[in-house]
Write a protein that binds this ligand. Structure first.
Ligand code: ADP
Ligand code: MG
Length: 262
């Protein structure tokens, strides 16, 4: 589905992504792991059009999408989740979902003159969709709460919910589990699994929690120093010499992370 070919992203003389090549197969939940500073987030940002690559190519279903802006990729069904922006914290959770651009026609002048009825219908449909999304994620109870007031984990689920307001094909999640308690982490994992199985979403997931990776991801890709070191099942990755070395090279703490959940 996604092919990344010899991708480079340099910041001045620093090569954050240094010739990464990988493939994401449709229908998978692919895990992306690697020690801090490996270039995972930068790689995501280049694929999702947030950053321009220095060189290299990204294709989606055979089409060159290198350097396309996020909103264009969004309409192709490629989404990267973002934290709910601070300024939207005073809107309710439902409103935050309803705001996701999805082809509603409320904006144009033509519609305000000739399509009042249609706008009302669409708003009703949008509201129903938002409620359906919250039900799927088991967060109906926060629908009318302000987004700025819900817990960190509920916010993560809401971010995931935003991808369900459009017809997403592939979703990139960067450390959705960071700072979230175990129960919520598993709720998030469960939602990802169900979106994959029931709605056909493909996921690429960056996560440090190996138990979370183990529960969800096959295959797993390991990056270090801007390059892809290995791809395989989590067990294969953990047994890979280069991977172990990469984690060891960055200190014992990282190696413990690799072994956690083994
Ligand atoms: N905008 C930037 N300017 C300069 N260096 C950056 C920038 N973004 C990331 N880096 C550097 O690139 C490297 C890879 O970062 P990142 O992609 O965030 O790694 P990871 O997500 O794997 O921890 C890090 O050393 C980081 O400091
Ligand atoms: Mg990162």
């Amino acid at each position: 589905m996604i092919v990344v070919d010899d991708l480079h992203k340099h910041f001045g003389g620093f090569h954050a992504v240094d010739g990464a090549s990988l493939e994401i197969a449709e229908g998978t939940i692919t895990g992306l792991i690697g020690p801090n500073g490996a270039g995972k987030t930068t790689l995501f940002n280049v694929i999702a059009g947030v950053l321009d690559p220095t060189s290299g190519r990204v294709t989606m279903d055979g089409e060159d999408i290198t350097g396309l802006p996020p909103h264009t990729l969004f309409h192709k069904g490629l989404l990267r989740t973002f934290q709910i922006a601070h300024e939207f914290g005073s809107m309710t959770c439902r409103e935050n979902l309803m705001m996701v651009p999805g082809g509603q026609s409320g904006e144009t002048l033509w519609n305000t003159w000739f399509g009042r009825r249609r706008i009302a219908d669409e708003e009703r449909a949008l509201r129903a969709k938002a409620d359906e999304v919250m039900e799927f994620l088991t967060i109906e109870q926060i629908a009318d709460l302000k987004a700025g007031q819900v817990s960190g984990g509920q916010k993560k689920l809401l971010e995931l919910g935003r991808t369900m307001m459009v017809d997403a094909k592939i979703v990139f999640l960067d450390e959705v589990g960071a700072g979230v308690n175990r129960t919520l982490l598993y709720t998030i994992a469960d939602a990802i699994k169900r979106l994959n199985e029931e709605r056909g979403y493909t996921f690429v997931v960056i996560e440090h929690d190996m138990e979370f990776i183990d529960r969800l991801c096959d295959p797993v890709i390991c990056m270090a120093e801007g390059k892809v070191l290995a791809q395989g099942t989590l067990d294969e990755i953990k047994a890979n010499e280069q991977v172990i070395e990469a984690y060891l090279g960055t200190g014992l703490k990282n190696k413990d992370k690799l072994e956690a959940g083994a």
